[in-house]
Design a protein. Structure first.
Length: 58
């Protein structure tokens, strides 16, 4: 059975592919929506998760 997900080129360069794996592995639609909204404003792919890392460290 073929996967319904298409592999799209990353608009932001990644060093190790971890961002792509994290996004593809997420099933939380609200979180995906937040990440997609952030994606148009960040200059580094890891910045998609910056505020989440801050929240976890508090």
């Amino acid at each position: 059975m073929a996967s319904s997900r298409q592999s799209l080129p990353s608009p932001l360069p990644e060093k190790d592919g971890s961002v792509r794996l994290r996004v593809q592995g997420c099933s939380d639609l609200e979180r995906l929506k937040v990440w997609s909204e952030r994606a148009v404003h960040v200059s580094d792919s890891a910045d998609l998760f910056t505020s989440e890392q801050s929240e976890q460290s508090e």
